[in-house]
Design a protein around this ligand. Structure first.
Ligand code: BG6
Ligand code: MG
Length: 215
C-alpha cells in the first residue's frame, strides 16, 4: 500500500498512562468504599472518561445521578492531571522517537488520534508537539472509539484518504475504530487480544519503516 499518513493513539502507544489512570480511579473507588484492581483497569483502556466511570461504578455496584457522576469524573480527572503534570520525555515508550523521526524523514504525515481530553497536556509534557502534524483528541470528537470519527478527522486534517492511512492502537475499541474507518491497523500488544489488527507488534523497539512497508 501507499502510506501517506500514520495515525497514533496516545495512551498505551506513545506513553504508558494506564498506570496513572489506574491510581486515580483506584482512589476514587476507595472513596466510594470498594477496591479497584489492575485487572479491572484493563477494561478501561481506550474507553472514554464517562464510559470508564460507568464501568467502575458497575464494578462497585454503585448507582449515581448524572450530577454525582460528573463530580466523580471531575475528581478523578483532578487526581489524574496532578500525576501527568509531573511526566517528562523519559516516559516516551522505547523506539517511538526513532520511528517518528524515520517516518517524518520519509515524508509520511503524522497525527494523534486519542480519546483523551488530556492529550494536549501529555504531548506538551513529553515535548512531542513538533512530531505531529495534527492532534485529534477527546475535545474534538463526539463519538468514542470504536466509532471511527477520531481517525477520520485525523486523516482529513492530513489530507489523506482512509486507504492511505495506518493506525497504531493498543486497545480493542481503537482497532475496531480503524477497521470501521476502513484503515489498516497495527496493534501494539498481544495478538490474541488484538485479533482484528492487520499486524501486531509488542512495541516500537524492533519496529521500523521497512517493516511498516510490508503491510
Ligand atoms: C484513553 C485511555 O486514551 O483516554 C482511557 O485509554 C481514558 O483509559 C480515555 O479513559 C479518556 O481520557 P481522559 O484523559 O480524557 O480522561
Ligand atoms: Mg490506547
Amino acid at each position: 500500500m501507499k502510506i501517506k499518513a500514520c495515525l497514533f493513539d496516545l495512551d498505551g502507544v506513545i506513553v504508558d498512562t494506564a498506570k496513572y489512570h489506574f491510581l486515580a480511579w483506584k482512589e476514587l473507588a476507595a472513596d466510594l468504599g470498594f477496591e479497584f484492581t489492575e485487572e479491572h483497569n484493563e477494561r478501561l483502556k481506550g474507553v472514554s472518561r464517562m464510559a470508564s466511570l460507568d464501568i467502575l461504578l458497575g464494578i462497585g455496584g454503585i448507582a449515581a445521578t448524572k450530577e454525582e457522576k460528573e463530580k466523580m469524573a471531575e475528581s478523578k480527572n483532578e487526581r489524574y492531571v496532578s500525576l501527568i503534570k509531573k511526566m517528562n520525555p523519559d516516559e516516551i515508550l522505547p523506539g517511538v522517537l526513532d520511528f517518528l523521526n524515520e517516518i517524518k524523514d520519509a515524508g509520511i504525515k503524522t497525527a494523534i488520534g486519542s480519546a483523551s481530553k488530556n492529550a494536549p497536556l501529555i504531548i506538551d509534557r513529553l515535548q512531542l508537539g513538533r512530531y505531529f502534524d495534527a492532534i485529534i483528541d477527546g475535545n474534538n470528537v463526539s463519538h468514542a472509539k470504536p466509532h471511527p470519527e477520531v481517525f477520520l478527522k485525523g486523516a482529513e486534517a492530513l489530507n489523506a484518504g482512509a486507504s492511505e492511512c495506518v493506525v497504531f492502537e493498543d486497545a480493542v475499541a481503537g482497532i475496531k475504530a480503524a477497521v470501521n474507518g476502513k484503515m489498516k491497523c497495527i496493534g501494539i500488544g498481544d495478538s490474541k487480544v488484538l485479533r482484528e489488527a492487520d499486524m501486531v507488534i509488542p512495541g516500537f523497539g524492533k519496529f521500523n519503516l521497512e517493516k511498516l512497508l510490508l503491510l
